[in-house]
Design a protein around this ligand. Structure first.
Ligand SMILES: [Zn+2]
Length: 68
């Protein structure tokens, strides 16, 4: 059973045109307590209303072990 998690429209306004954005530089997210090992963040967003539908860190493995 194939399950697609790819968003196709905006849950807020129903817009069909989604875009992809990226945070770099000062927008980098850092693991708690591990400054200097940040990861860029990517977004899937609605190009009509600007709602951010999904966000990802590019290197999620860097965040392992930061909570416990
Ligand atoms: Zn929208």
């Amino acid at each position: 059973m194939e399950k697609s998690t790819k968003p196709t429209d905006c849950p807020k306004c129903g817009g069909k045109e989604l875009g992809k954005g990226k945070h770099t530089g000062y927008g980098v997210m850092y693991p708690d307590g591990k400054m200097g090992l940040g990861s860029n963040v990517e977004y899937i967003l609605c190009t009509d209303c600007g709602y951010i539908i999904e966000s990802y860190v590019k290197k999620p493995e860097k965040f392992k072990g930061t909570l416990f």
